[in-house]
Design a protein around this ligand. Structure first.
Ligand code: PMP
Length: 463
């Protein structure tokens, strides 16, 4: 049956938490945020105390009283008399049906009751049928989850999930662990909190675990405040193109448990890796309910539909849900229903074959760019081959700073590149790196662009 998402048997990483308690509504009244967290270990049956991870603002968020009542209304019989529900009547909306033709030739039709749902407000957590399908998908790719302690919430792209997590967790000046280089959309979320950044260098396999361990040990020894969050973009990272191997992830997860940290797993390129096996996620090894995982449909379905989803501890996602109740209210219902229809129509097999198609597309583009850089940039730059995604991270030999190379010399030649400083945790520091993307350019443009880049590097070096 290709319509279901079966859970792989014998998955050694099955993320079933040993903690069996249900998450009570008491999390609406989170205790004082400053009280210390309880450090768990894998054998513990005591649920993690999340107070350490919820800042004062977030702890003060209260459920929108009316939205909570509407959640109850959803379960009442249809003949109940809705005099108190303040939503517009869909009969007044000008849409008769929504019909979408897929590139596979299939159609998606949204009509009748589904159309009414697609045109109306939804619970802030998301469209229930979509949440159910996403639970199956997470069970399938990340091992069977304990859906009592863990929840999914739909977000407007992965970015909203990250933003909600950071706004829930950080206090001004908090120490945080960040990879260097880093996705600009992440560093820009952290900066307004004036964080004490513990930046961790990356090698060709991603962040170097010994560096994390060393920094944590030193801070502990010096009695400095300890970080409560580590942000990582583990698969085909933006911009470095690195994928963290499982053994490094296990070590990082161990450190997160030892030092009572959350892991913010920003993984929008998870389905875009070029390896034979799917990566083993932090979520799949999360026996202590300390991973907040952000997924996104942006890179595999459409970046414009703005649908992503966050998976993590129910207590924390509840805090984020309360924020969404007062910000966007929820991600577009039309897009949620559309993605639901697509996923249920395709089932696991259809989805997997779509992933394969997208991966093949990017892998061919990566391979072509690798040939071009080998042809033109020998002796001018160093790189490691991207493991997925759409980015190549180049270190320019003989230049300490690529700012002028990118923003002047290459622009003059109409070649657009991303300068390394913009993707560094310290944007003021000069960077010898640049980021290239193989997503959009045609093979000819890649060849021409990289030969012009080589020319620009030579010119810049001669100065
Ligand atoms: N994380 C990373 C690492 C990204 O590269 C991006 C998009 N560039 C995002 C998150 C956010 O993407 P979206 O909101 O479209 O899902």
């Amino acid at each position: 049956n290709n319509k279901t998402y079966p859970v792989p048997e014998g998955n050694e990483y099955a993320g079933n938490s040993p903690i069996n308690s249900t998450i009570p509504e008491q999390y609406n009244n989170i205790p004082e945020p400053s009280s210390p967290g309880t450090i768990n270990n894998q054998n513990s049956t005591v649920p993690l105390d999340y107070t350490r991870f919820i800042n004062e603002i977030s702890s003060k968020r209260r459920p929108s009283q009316l939205r909570e009542i509407y959640n109850l209304v959803q379960n009442l019989p249809s003949h109940s008399i809705k005099l108190g529900v303040g939503v517009p009547n869909v009969e007044t909306f000008p849409f008769q049906n929504i019909s979408v033709k897929l590139t596979t030739g299939e159609n998606i039709q949204i009509q009748g009751d589904e159309l009414s749902e697609a045109l109306q407000y939804l619970p802030s957590k998301g469209y229930k049928p979509l949440l159910n399908v996403l639970e199956e998908i997470q069970d399938c790719f990340h091992g069977s989850q304990n859906w009592q302690n863990r929840t999914i919430m739909i977000t407007s792209g992965g970015q909203e999930g990250l933003s909600l997590a950071v706004d829930m967790c950080l206090n001004r000046g908090d120490p945080i662990i960040l990879p260097d280089p880093i996705y600009t959309g992440a560093i820009d979320l952290f900066i307004p909190y004036d964080p004490d950044i513990i930046s961790i260098k990356q090698d060709s396999c991603g962040v170097i675990v010994e560096e994390i361990e060393k920094q944590l040990t030193e801070r502990k020894k010096n009695k400095q405040p300890m970080p409560k969050l580590i942000y990582l973009n583990p698969t085909a990272s933006n911009p470095a193109g690195t994928t963290l191997p499982t053994h490094r992830k296990r070590e990082i997860y161990r450190l997160a448990c030892e030092h009572n940290m959350l892991i913010l797993e920003d993984d929008p390129y998870y389905y875009l890796h070029f390896e034979k096996e799917d990566p083993v996620s932090f979520l799949s090894m999360d026996t202590e309910d300390r991973v907040l995982r952000s997924d996104s449909f942006s890179k595999i379905m459409s970046s414009g539909i703005r649908v992503g989803f966050m998976t993590g501890p129910t207590a924390l996602l509840r805090r984020m849900e309360l924020q969404v109740q007062t910000s966007t209210i929820h991600t577009s219902s039309v897009m949620q229903v559309m993605i639901y229809k697509l996923l249920s129509q395709w089932g696991k097999d259809g989805l997997t074959s779509h992933f394969m198609h997208v991966r093949k597309f990017y892998k061919q583009k990566r391979d072509h760019m690798m040939i071009a850089v080998k042809n033109h940039l020998g002796g001018l730059a160093e790189w490691s081959e991207p493991t997925g995604g759409m980015f190549l991270w180049l270190k320019i030999i003989g230049l300490d700073d690529t700012k002028r190379l990118v923003t002047s010399r290459c622009l003059d030649k109409l070649v657009i590149l991303a300068p390394g400083y913009a993707l560094s945790v310290d944007p003021v520091k000069p960077s010898p790196y640049i980021r290239l993307s193989y997503s959009l350019a045609s093979p000819d443009q890649v060849d021409r662009g990289i030969s012009l880049l080589a020319e620009a590097i030579r010119e810049e070096r001669q100065l």
